[in-house]
Write a protein that binds this ligand. Structure first.
Ligand code: PEP
Ligand code: MG
Length: 323
């Protein structure tokens, strides 16, 4: 980041006409959180918890997880910490859980699907998150949600974990917020229904793009199709934001798209409340927000949605923002 961006990184990101957009960090380890805070993160919008489970021969215990979540929350010093429950499967197999090979791992047994089929493993993680929530600003986020039934099933296990802790007189935040990733097209289609079940949404454009465009991003022949700046993806972002706001919940975006300054005017114009990016990118994203006005961003977003391709969207934003 430029010196100017770095200097402003510890201030909130406010548009020229006074709208604040929260800028959070995506992290995947304890050491990342220090970098996030040093770069001006106002919270952690996505803690990828896979690092706790991978590269070992058994699942981490409740105690181990609790220690890590608590340590991260401590560094955040009151800033929100959104902990995403385990998102293995797909491209991230868990070797110590016997798994049949899948023809289409990205359409397979991953994220919340896997956790609901391993309720003990899932509940252990939820208990650890709940225990760490005592005295800390922690929220839970569920990955790969496609149906209302999945949300209710996950919340039922969370309720069980809460009842167990209460019974044992162990402290936790009784009002802990529960949110979901919006990264499966079905979740966009039923976003109005899902919004009634949860406290917030976070749009995962990495997965959403490949699912919307039916283009496997690990297959070089079609990977370029899965471009988050394609109007088909942007329209899904718009639909999600509208459904969230109509239901009175906030909505963020934690895919790589949030870290692209060419996307900043579009995302601001579509009304996202929070952007979560890799820690190093926070200063430049805050700077990009500060340079815009909401009116200008709304106009850019509206024309972006009418373009024919991601390339046209890029050209448009470059022209309109003189980048
Ligand atoms: C996403 O899919 O956009 C996302 C943020 O999750 P991950 O990259 O961990 O799948
Ligand atoms: Mg994802």
């Amino acid at each position: 980041a430029t010196q100017e961006a770095q200097a402003a990184a510890h201030q909130p990101a406010i548009t020229r006409d006074g709208k604040q957009v929260r800028v959070f960090a995506n992290i995947g380890s304890i050491s990342d959180v220090q970098v996030a805070v040093a770069n001006g993160a106002e919270g952690v919008g996505l803690l990828r918890t896979e690092f706790l489970y991978l590269g070992r021969t058994n699942a981490p215990t409740e105690e181990e997880q609790y220690t890590v979540y608590q340590a991260i929350a401590q560094v955040l010093d009151g800033r929100p910490l959104i902990i995403r429950t385990l998102d293995v499967g797909g491209d991230k197999p868990l070797p110590y859980i016997v798994k049949v090979p899948e023809a289409n791992p990205f359409l397979g047994w991953r994220g919340i699907r896997f956790c609901l089929d391993h309720p003990d493993l899932f509940k252990t993680q939820l208990r650890a998150i709940l225990r760490a929530s005592a005295g800390h600003n922690i929220k839970v986020m569920l990955p790969m949600i496609a149906t209302v039934t999945e949300v209710r099933a996950a919340k039922a296990i969370l309720n069980e974990a809460q009842a167990e802790l209460k019974q044992a007189n162990i402290a936790f935040d009784k009002a802990i917020a529960v949110g979901i990733m919006i990264e499966v097209p079905a979740a966009v289609a039923i976003a109005d229904q899902l919004a009634g079940e949860v406290d917030f949404f976070s749009i995962g454009t990495n997965d959403l793009s490949q699912y919307v465009m039916a283009g496997d991003r690990t297959n070089p022949r079609v990977a370029s199709l899965a471009d988050a700046l394609h109007p088909a993806v942007l329209r899904m972002v718009q639909q999600t934001v509208q459904a969230a706001h109509a239901a009175g919940i906030w909505v963020g975006l934690c895919g790589e798209l949030a870290a692209d300054t060419l996307a900043t005017p579009i995302l601001l114009g579509l009304g996202l409340d929070e952007l979560s990016v890799n820690p190093q990118t926070i200063p430049v994203i805050k700077q990009a927000i500060a340079q815009l006005s909401v009116d200008e961003a709304v106009a850019i977003a509206a024309s972006a949605l009418q373009q024919d391709s991601a390339t046209q969207v890029r050209n448009l934003v470059q022209q309109l923002t003189h980048k």
